[in-house]
Design a protein. Structure first.
Length: 263
């Protein structure tokens, strides 16, 4: 997944996030681990666990690994459908409908202000048996170059917004925008019970290349690993909806089953 810098929608999310109060404190062949160098970490790149643990602790949160998850809990023939950047009042209901039609559960990586603005959709995602993922407040794809205090604010404020919007259901994963993970952000997320989540297949649906091109990308790249990236916000996602209608039954025909990322 390319870093989505300069996109107008993300700029609007950032503007919406300016009022958020910063928080000062801060296996299969498909499993990747984190870069011990401490720099930015591309989500699909092999990577080892972080050395430090942030001071903030998620009281009562389930213990999860700090390494970036890619594998599926359904094993080597499992596929993880992940949906980023929503929820969106136009497209999230349509994505939910397609998932329901094919009996597929997915992981929704939500941007905090979007979740806060549409709690009904967050609750609908949870009620349908899907899982929640923290995708930060501002979708800042350069946050791996920012301070630990900033990273903490982005992750923890989004976690709070999503949890409140859901009625108390906490995110189970953390996905850094554009793969902008750091050892600190991974450790912070894990200390709050959120497994860092990468991807293996970027469907490129954000670029709106046409439903056929999205489908072709997934078919060509699914051998790279089980976690597939789609979007339900950030613009017209009609191509994503159309592509899912073709991709989901095709994956079933190939003998794949649908699961969740490992924790």
């Amino acid at each position: 997944m390319a870093r989505h810098n300069g996109r107008g929608w993300h700029g609007r999310v950032l503007a919406a996030a300016l009022g958020v109060t910063a928080v000062a404190t801060a296996a299969s062949v498909w499993t990747a681990q984190a870069d011990p160098s401490g720099g930015g970490e591309a989500a699909g790149r092999p990577a080892a666990s972080a050395a430090g643990t942030p001071g903030a602790q998620g009281g009562g949160a389930a213990k999860v690994a700090v390494t970036i998850a890619h594998a599926s809990d359904r094993g080597e023939r499992g596929v993880n459908i992940t949906i980023d950047d929503g929820p969106d009042p136009t497209w999230t209901p349509q994505v939910l409908q397609v998932l329901r039609e094919y009996g597929v559960k997915a992981t929704f990586c939500m941007v905090g202000p979007q979740a806060k603005a549409h709690p009904d959709l967050v609750k609908a995602v949870v009620a349908a048996g899907h899982r929640l993922c923290d995708h930060t407040v501002s979708h800042d794809t350069a946050m791996d170059h920012k301070s630990e205090a900033y990273q903490s604010q982005q992750i923890l404020d989004a976690e709070r917004m999503i949890t409140e919007a859901s009625g108390g259901v906490r995110p189970m994963y953390y996905r850094a925008p554009g793969g902008a993970f750091t050892p600190y952000s991974r450790s912070l997320a894990a200390s709050h019970g959120m497994r860092p989540l990468g991807w293996n297949v970027d469907s490129k649906d954000f670029e709106r290349p046409g439903a056929a091109a999205i489908v072709a990308t997934v078919k060509q790249e699914i051998a790279n690993g089980p976690t597939v990236l789609f979007h339900d916000a950030g613009g017209d996602r009609s191509q994503t909806v159309a592509a899912l209608r073709e991709v989901l039954p095709w994956l079933k025909q190939q003998g794949y089953s649908f699961g969740f990322p490992v924790r």
